[in-house]
Structures are given as C-alpha cells and as structure tokens.
Design a protein around this ligand. Sequence first.
Ligand SMILES: Nc1ncnc2c1ncn2[C@@H]1O[C@H](COP(=O)(O)OP(=O)(O)O)[C@@H](O)[C@H]1O
Ligand SMILES: [Mg+2]
Length: 259
Amino acid sequence: MGVSITIASGKGGVGKTMLTSNLGIALAQFGRDVTILDADIEMANLELHLGMEGMNVTLHDVLAGEADVSQAIYEGPAGVKVVPAGISLDGLRKADPERLEAVLTKVLGETEILLIDAPAGLGRPVVTALAAGEQLLLVANPEISSMSDALKTRIVAKKLGCNVLGAVLNRVGFDRSDLTLQEVEVILETRVLAAIPEDTEVRRSTAYGQPVILRRPDSPASIAIKKLAADLIGEKYVPPTPKKRSFMKRLINGLFGGV
Ligand SMILES: Nc1ncnc2c1ncn2[C@@H]1O[C@H](COP(=O)(O)OP(=O)(O)O)[C@@H](O)[C@H]1O
Ligand SMILES: [Mg+2]
C-alpha cells in the first residue's frame, strides 16, 4: 500500500495541475513508482498538461462502471502512471462520482506514491479527494484571495483526517504586492515547503502540452519542483549552478544581440 497525496487549493487556476504533473514526473525521475490521477472530473485537464488527451478509456468510463481502473492507467513521461479523467461532456454525464473513493483505494493498492489532482471549490468531489488522500499538499498563490480558499481547504482536510504536509506557494514574484513566505505561513498555519517562481516557461509548456520539468529542466520553476520532490522523499538534489557568461560575451550580446 502506497502513500496518497492530495494536491488541493480551494481556488482554481493557482497551479494544482501544473504541480501534480511536474511533481509526479520529478518523483518518477528519482526512481519512484508514481501514479497521478485527475480527480477533477468536471474540468479535467491533467491530460492536456501532459499532452495525453484522447485516451480510449478514462476515469469517466471507470466511474460509469463501464471499465476497470486498470484499463485507464497509462504510461506517461519518465514512466509516471497517469489516470486521465476524460474531457468529453458525454463522458462526464455518465460518470458517477460516488465510485471515486473505491477507485482511489484500488489505485493506491498498486502504486508507491499516488498524487491526486483535486478540483477547485469545496464540493463533493473535493471532499472525496481529500478524504482519500492521507496527506495534503496545499497549493496557493501569494495573494489574499488564494489564502482564504486555501485555509478553508486545510480546515476541511484536517476534519477529514488528512495530514497537512504543508503549502506550496506558486507563481511567486508575479506581483510586488505578493504576501511574503512568512505571512503565508502565519495565515495558513502551516509550513511552506516550496516557493515556485512565476516562470514564463511554465505557461509556454502548458500551451505545448509538455510538462516544464521535461521541456525546460533547468528553468527556475523546474528546479523548485525537483527540490520539493527530493525533500518529500528524503533524497538529495543539487540544483545546477547558473552558467556565468563572460563580460565580453555579455558586451557583444548587448551591442549586436544574440551570440
Ligand atoms: N509558476 C508558474 N509560472 C507561470 N505560469 C504558471 C505557473 N504555474 C501555473 N501557471 C499557469 O497557470 C495556469 C493555471 O495552472 P493550472 O495548473 O491549470 O491551475 P489549476 O489546476 O489550479 O486550476 C496554466 O496556464 C499554467 O501554465
Ligand atoms: Mg487543474
């Protein structure tokens, strides 16, 4: 039996799916047996972040009772196993969310680390995802509206017996009015395990359906996620030292562009 970690935030659009996909790959790169599952069955997009859309059997079919979950597990990048939710409206219509808990238990029985990409809000699907996860990674942006939603999620998770591992601050440095890491820790009453910077490479990678950790492994966001992965499993990760360009190269670059 593995460990399950729910990735939730309350607020939508803060980076849950980005974190689930990239953290899953980072953990797989450390040699772990990882499954990532899209529990956002209404607004699924894990498969889009991974460029894995259009799979034959998805979680929708499993929740409709038409397939076994083993048929909806696909091999993704770096060997990470992926359970896509399915993005069609037809699929969603027939899916019965009541079955999600049993499905999550089954998947957990066959993997070392299960990352559950939770939906936004605090409705039934989120509660199921929180109840199924033994651990919670709270994702938030360093802004007040993100804090109140994250705080509610943390409180509900605790009530459901989910252990709060800590918070992951995403899109740090986007705005000068950002809350500081210390302010976030006080508001959320939990440790900030990682600060992922605002990084244009993330947005670009999402648009291409390629996780940033594969497309731009040395970008600031990728490095922060790899470090988080290492910390979670007690591994050591030494980030690459930024390449220093010589004065002459910078001068030529400034004068003529490129080089
Ligand atoms: N650190 C980051 N820097 C820049 N853009 C980001 C970052 N994290 C997420 N994004 C972008 O924000 C958008 C929402 O992210 P997503 O993971 O889909 O949010 P959620 O799953 O919480 O709704 C995506 O377009 C993604 O590329
Ligand atoms: Mg999402």
